[in-house]
Design a protein around this ligand. Structure first.
Ligand code: DGY
Length: 333
């Protein structure tokens, strides 16, 4: 049996590329910048399996450009880059990479909490600038993180991993999620359910761990920022459009909240200069899952999802299971 043709939209760690390469006819986009839409339409033509990343919007147009396409195996847990409805309409399974990046992303969210609260990036810039003239009791005072109230928006796997870390800092945890956890689970986790508004009002730090959906787009805007404490810190390591970036810039500039830590942006890689000029925001280039171990594990999982679907097996991390059900129904009739 000939090996399936897979198109991988970006370089991934070596061992995952080698795994895929040994089991498929693999074509990898090796450009320095992210692949552009027109180029993707051209190269996807021969693919049976497509492995995109967060930076490639996979629209119906892309799917239609690939007549042999049988699976879209996203390299990432968030799959807002893929038009899942369009894929489902075309009978194409879509998969993602949950689980393997949970702890790594939670580590990064915590790093942002600490960096924003204790002015770590700003302090680094200060030392490098050569302007530091010596220790002073009132120099660059941030705020304590230990013992504070942490508000978690979205209590999925990453939200829970952040909760576990926060207990090490003696924090009180509030959370909001469309699906409240059973009481026993809340107790075990040590997190208290709160309404959205009350979480914003009571938290010292608000950290976002929801998926980007129509409901969560601009979940945090002017009105929500006004509800937060003037000393509050906002952290977003989920998806940029969940926060209205302009409203956040205004709030940070006016000191309406104290600081923010952002790993994601509304129009990546564009980050408005007004935001870049502010000292009270820590800006990272979407590094949530960026450890060698995790990016390798994501590659292996995307590869396994892709290869499973191409060999006719149900892939482990299917996000549109109805496609598989319909396929089985069709096979029976
Ligand atoms: C994810 O997996 O969602 C990361 O943000 C990378 O896309």
């Amino acid at each position: 049996m000939s090996k399936p043709r897979i198109f991988l939209c970006a370089r991934i760690p070596e061992s995952a590329e080698a795994y895929l390469g040994g089991r498929s006819r693999l074509d990898i986009y090796k450009g320095k910048d992210n692949i552009r839409r027109a180029e993707l339409i051209r190269v996807v033509r021969n693919a049976e399996g497509l492995i995109p990343t967060v930076t490639e919007p996979v629209t119906g147009e892309i799917m239609d450009a690939a007549p042999d396409l049988r699976v879209i195996a996203n390299y990432g847990v968030g799959y807002n880059n893929i038009d899942v409805d369009a894929a489902t309409e075309r009978g194409l399974p879509v998969t993602n990479t949950p689980g393997v990046l949970t702890d790594t992303t939670a580590d990064l969210a915590f790093a942002l909490i600490l960096a924003a609260g204790r002015r770590i990036a700003e302090g680094d810039r200060f030392v490098r600038s050569g302007k530091w003239k010596g220790w002073q009791p009132t120099q660059m005072l941030g705020q304590d993180i230990h013992g504070k109230t942490l508000g978690i928006l979205g209590m999925g796997q990453i939200g829970r991993a952040v909760t576990r870390r926060a207990h090490g800092f003696g924090m009180k945890i509030l959370y909001n999620d469309p699906r409240r956890l059973p009481a026993g689970e809340e107790r075990k986790l040590g997190a208290r359910y709160s309404s959205f508004a009350s979480l914003l009002k009571r938290s010292d730090i608000v950290t976002i761990h929801t998926l980007l959906t129509a409901e969560t787009r601009h979940l945090i805007g002017t009105a929500e920022l006004r509800m937060m404490k003037p000393t509050a810190i906002l952290v977003n390591a989920a998806r940029g459009p969940i926060v209205d970036e302009r409203a956040l810039t205004v709030a940070l500039r006016a000191g309406r909240i104290q600081a923010a830590g952002l790993d994601v942006f509304e129009e990546e890689p564009f980050v408005d200069s007004a935001l870049r000029k502010l000292e009270n925001v820590v800006l990272l280039p979407h590094l949530g899952s960026a450890s060698l171990e995790t990016r390798t594990a994501m590659g292996m999982l995307a590869a396994k999802n892709c290869l499973a679907a191409l060999s006719g097996k149900k892939p482990p991390n299917l996000v549109n299971p109805e496609v598989w059900k319909n396929r089985r129904k069709a096979a029976k009739t």
